[in-house]
Design a protein around this ligand. Structure first.
Ligand SMILES: C[S@@+](CC[C@H](N)C(=O)[O-])C[C@H]1O[C@@H](n2cnc3c(N)ncnc32)[C@H](O)[C@@H]1O
Length: 833
């Protein structure tokens, strides 16, 4: 359609002007505008800085996307052609593009500080090489974590681009740092001065000489012969050296799904379109994003920490951070010894020195029909035999988190969510019933880890914390790392208040050396839990948050918030009892229970009560009321039975326990955080002193597996206590799991060893299975209407099953790899490393 018709006055005017005149007029206008702009700039008093403002970005765009690549001789010319024009604006334009550099430096610095604290390194003696260091940004940025000029004896920046090296030299001149050398050289040929004149064919001892740290940020993806550079790093670095890398990548999860040594695949997958787009885009600038670079790094080094992130500010470019160490950590006899020692501590086996391995194995075999090996040991043997690095758990500073395969469906079924952000079992009662001593070897379910921390205060010889949900164990690890690395003030903020605005910084710079790679990845992705200004922080996370949030919402809608506050502040039981009826009237109203609380959906999704456990509650109700289970009644009765269960739980709690200063479980549900007067014992300053003392967690082992799988691999008759909480309620009444668990527990426990369990039923069906399998069972707590069994009062009964008889060893179906069955291979003496 013609917008200006030729019949209109404008149209006829345009028709009358020759096309050529239009072009001339347009060109004249552009020339005039250009001359005016030049005059304007030349008359301006101050000099124009072409390395700032809009020019920064114009130069960056020109050099990166428009400027043709000059044909030159080798990589240096190619690099110069790319960097010469933009050397002056490099730092300003890369701040946002090269994301993660500060995190990588923070993680490296945290590892170095940990080495200094554990006396493996001395302040002022470390050597650092920044490979492809560019303008020296990293070295200056490191000063926010460590005093570069005094911590390092020498820092080398190696880069092939002369113009970027010039910028770096100016930087260190400005900073006045005398211990930094800028070396304009290809990283493939760089050697530290002390080994420079040595024949490259000679093997140099890396135990004492070499770099303590090597870093590469966004340079590996620019180096064509990356194999040779990665290989050269192994001889550049000391045996105890640390490698920090940060770079772009693209990869499919399929590539890594069979690898057990990458330290967790959280967030690693980049979809097909992303893989195609980012590779093609960066290819324009000769930056290679193929997966092999990261893969090769992970193959040549042991993974200490690995994380996959996205730079969302620039469209979600995938990048990774890798903190590694020499993979051959275990090639020495001491390394073998370490694996054996660890295995012994995972399984409670006697430690057999490799020196007398054969002899001692024979002796041990006499006692045990089969050799007990941890899954971690088996995977280590397989990896060593295939010349692969060990699973990352072996390279960590602490060995409490035991290797597990995070890609197994039994773990991925939980998504990235823990169910419990805090424990729902009263450890005060556990202590009273169990009387934990220094000789105890305890196996307990992790849950949120609160009770594990409680038991550890009595210094038992060993605590095996077990959970199938990896995220529950990540939570326990975070607690443990916080006690090791932080003061009481920070621990209180994170776990008392559930919020800490500086959580991310603490995670990177203080907690990271004490976390497994998987736990670090998890918390790096969940920093918002503690830092977000919305919501209630930690205690409004996890699967059970739905119930807590709903209750708080109901209080708001019914205007009960001030009543609830008063309930949490009441100083005497009569005061508390007087406030309760108004809140109770709403919370326990029959319509609410009929519509929400009594439903199966609510029980599982919001309160974490699985179907089998809910059925036990309903069965008890039938028995109590002399009903028989016909279908007509059951629909109505199930709602009623849950309602009664909730009444039996809550009424006695308000009657008999002080919410404001003793019952921290309900205080937390109502307030969303603990208070200085009302909190678990592990958050007290006294417990902090105990738990932050050196070696406080030496006896802790965190297993990510089913309880049965863990017990099967524990040396017979080594446990003294097993705390299985209400986990047996989850089993099917028709299945064999309960019976098989009772058998394996019998086998793992010492004579006289005890199992502590809780149940939603007053008379759990599986007690019979314990009695049939060598236990004498005693109900040590029962909740009858109107009474409190403990401060939580959530379970109908508590039981202690004591082992009184040995039963025959269950026939286990555990799959032992061919490696662990083959005597020659299973012995680390025979491995060629
Ligand atoms: C994207 S820049 C990163 C610079 C710096 N690491 C940073 O994070 O700001 C990549 C650097 O690698 C350098 N580089 C590429 N290939 C190299 C090689 N073979 N030897 C030394 N340096 C190289 C480039 O000159 C460039 O400075």
């Amino acid at each position: 359609m013609d917008l200006v018709s030729s019949s209109s006055p404008v149209g006829s005017l345009l028709n009358s002007v020759d096309q050529q005149h239009v072009y001339i007029a347009g060109t004249a206008f552009l020339v005039f505008a250009l001359v005016a702009a030049v005059l304007l700039f030349s008359f301006r008093k101050q000099k124009i800085d072409y390395n700032s403002g809009i020019f920064t970005y114009l130069k960056f765009i020109y050099a990166s996307f428009l400027k043709p690549h000059e044909k030159g001789d080798g990589q240096q010319d190619a690099l110069e052609s790319f960097y010469k024009t933009q050397a002056g604006v490099y730092d300003a334009t890369r701040k946002r593009l090269l994301c993660g550099r500060e995190d990588m430096l923070g993680l490296v610095a945290a590892q170095l500080k940990h080495k200094v604290e554990s006396k493996a390194l001395r302040h002022g003696e470390a050597v650092w090489v920044d490979m492809g260091g560019g303008t020296g940004y990293n070295i200056e940025a490191m000063s926010s974590f460590l005093p570069v000029d005094s911590f390092f004896s020498h820092v080398y920046l190696v880069d092939l681009s002369p113009s970027l090296c010039d910028v770096a030299r100016q930087r260190f001149q400005r900073l006045g740092w005398k211990n930094v050398s800028v070396v304009c050289q290809d990283v493939r040929t760089f050697r530290l001065p002390e080994v420079e004149n040595v024949d490259p064919r000679t093997k140099i001892s890396t135990t004492t000489s070499g770099a303590d740290v090597a870093t590469m940020s966004y340079s590996l993806s620019m180096i064509p012969d990356y194999y040779s550079v990665v290989d050269s790093l192994t001889s550049l670095m000391k045996t105890s050296g640390i490698l920090g890398v940060c770079d772009f990548y693209v990869q499919s999860i399929v590539d890594v799904s069979s690898r057990n040594y990458i330290g967790g695949a959280f967030n690693r997958h980049v979809n097909w379109l992303g893989r195609l787009f980012w590779r093609a885009w960066f290819d324009l600038d000769r930056v290679s994003l193929e997966a092999a670079r990261r893969d090769y790094l992970e193959y040549r080094f042991g993974t200490v920490i690995s994380a996959s992130e996205r730079n969302y500010l620039l469209g979600g470019i995938p990048y990774y951070i890798f903190i590694g160490c020499q993979k051959d950590l275990v090639s020495s006899p001491a390394g073998n010894d370490a694996i054996e020692k660890l295995d012994a501590s995972f399984t409670e086996s006697p430690y057999l020195s490799p020196a007398n391995h054969r002899q001692e194995v024979e002796k041990a075999n006499e006692q045990s029909a089969r050799e007990i090996r941890s899954k971690a040991y088996e995977s280590a043997i397989i990896n060593l035999d295939s010349n692969l690095p060990l699973p990352s758990a072996f390279y960590q500073n602490h060995h409490y988190r035991i290797f597990y395969n995070d890609l197994l469906p039994k773990h991925t079924q939980f998504g990235n969510e823990y169910i419990y952000a805090f424990n729902w079992e009263d450890p005060r009662v556990d202590h009273r019933l169990l009387n934990i001593t220094r000789d105890d070897v305890i196996l307990a379910i992790t849950s949120a880890g609160d009770n594990i921390l409680d038991y550890l205060q009595n210094s038992p010889r060993r605590v095996h914390a077990v959970d199938l949900n990896p995220n529950q164990n990540h939570l326990l690890e975070l607690k443990v790392a916080s006690f090791i690395a932080l003061g009481h003030r920070d621990v209180w903020k994170i776990f008392g208040e559930g919020k800490h605005p500086e959580f991310r910084q603490l995670l990177v710079s203080k907690l990271s050396p004490h976390l497994s790679s998987q736990a670090f990845q998890y918390w790096l992705d969940h920093t918002h839990v503690f830092t977000s200004s919305y919501g209630k922080g930690l205690y409004e996370t996890g699967g059970s948050r739905h119930a807590i949030k709903m209750v708080r919402y109901i209080f708001k809608v019914f205007g009960l918030e001030s009543e609830v506050r008063k309930l949490c502040e009441a100083q005497t039981l009569p005061e508390q009892r007087a406030i309760w009826p108004r809140i109770r009237g709403v919370l326990m109203s029959r319509p609410l229970h009929w519509a929400v609380v009594g439903t199966e959906w609510f029980a599982w999704k919001a309160a974490g009560v699985p179907r089998n456990q809910r059925n036990m509650i309903i069965d008890d109700y039938y028995k109590r009321n002399g009903l028989n289970q016909n279908m007509e009644q059951s629909k109505d009765v199930s709602g009623k039975s849950i309602w009664e269960y909730v009444v039996d739980t809550l009424d006695p709690v308000v009657q008999d326990t002080m919410i404001s200063n003793d019952n921290y479980f309900y205080f937390l549900c109502l307030q969303g955080q603990f208070s200085r007067k009302c909190h678990p014992a592990y958050l007290s300053p006294r417990a902090h002193v105990k738990l932050s003392s050196p070696g406080a967690f030496d006896g802790l082992r965190i297993h990510t597996d089913e309880i049965n799988e863990v017990i099967k691999r524990i040396t017979p008759r080594s446990l003294t206590i097993a705390v299985v909480m209400d986990s047996m309620d989850w089993f099917d009444t028709d299945g064999v799991e309960a019976s098989s668990q009772a058998q394996t527990l019998n086998y793992a426990l010492k004579m006289g060893g005890r199992i502590l369990l809780r149940s939603a039923s007053i008379e759990p069906w599986y007690i019979k299975q314990f009695e049939e399998n060598g236990f004498s069972a005693r109900r040590v707590g029962a909740r009858f209407p109107g009474t409190c069994i403990d401060r939580v009062n959530m379970y109908a009964s508590t039981w202690i099953c004591t082992k009184t008889k040995e039963v025959e060893r269950p026939c286990t179906d555990r799959a032992i790899s061919s490696f662990s069955l083959d005597e020659k291979r299973s012995s680390v003496d025979h491995l060629e490393l």
